[in-house]
Design a protein around this ligand. Sequence first.
Ligand code: GLN
Length: 288
Amino acid sequence: MLNISQVLSQYNTKIKKISRQPDLESQLILAFVLKKPRSYILAHTDSELSKQQLSITTKLFARRLSGEPLAYLTGEQEFGELSFKVNKYTLIPRWETELMVEQALSLAHNSTNTTILDIGTGSGCIAITLAKKLPQVTVIASDKSARALAVAKINATRHEVKITWLTGNLLQSLIKKINLLPKNTKQLITTANLPYVPSAYLKNLKSKDKIGLKFEPLSALNGGSDGLKYYRELSKQIKHLKNLRPKLIITVLMEIQPGQVGAMQKIFEHNFIIKDLAKKDRLVIANF
Ligand code: GLN
């Protein structure tokens, strides 16, 4: 029989090699297996694991040590104040994306004249967080992956928000079904955390990169040769949407990685850039 403290020390050295937060992650694995909060793990280090708990723990540590992110082991990831179900069909929400939510909140009017459109919604974390904070606003979310949308729908039910779901690439489905956009919408805020990682970077990933990108859906990360393929396509589709509804004020918020600013400024004319908490260029906001 092993107790909590013995299990933690057994994996201590190995997990340090692959994790940025080894202690936290080990405690969270045990908390998940024991179905207890992390505080319990810290307070009950002498408590022994049953045979079954030990066998589950061994399997989970093996998966984590192979590089698989913790969120895929537990099926959960916190984003802002909420927790979201995730699986291998959805990107794992990142803390830096909270910047997009913050900015969207400061730009949106909590009124029935505002509509939020979240494209490439994945787990739905952006759309759902905004829907919770802006109860007057219509929220539409789209993704080309039906499997990701299935997860997003579960998350919306969990957090009790109503969202209109569309399957399709970027704005395509909305453009086809433009009547889904309420007639009284004056302000359209579009949030887009599209795949923006250059494909060459993804090809050269080390077998155990510390983020675990290898385990995430390539279709949610791969943005083509310079990473900006989808943002280019989006800029064309927005012009099309603007032609359909010329009076609509459209603001688009797009997450990028530092180094893509110059190229984004060429694609989007009226834009400004916002840095994340690590002082890296992270968000491009463009108006149409
Ligand atoms: N932020 C992610 C990463 O670099 C990429 C997410 C994306 O492509 N939208 O790990």
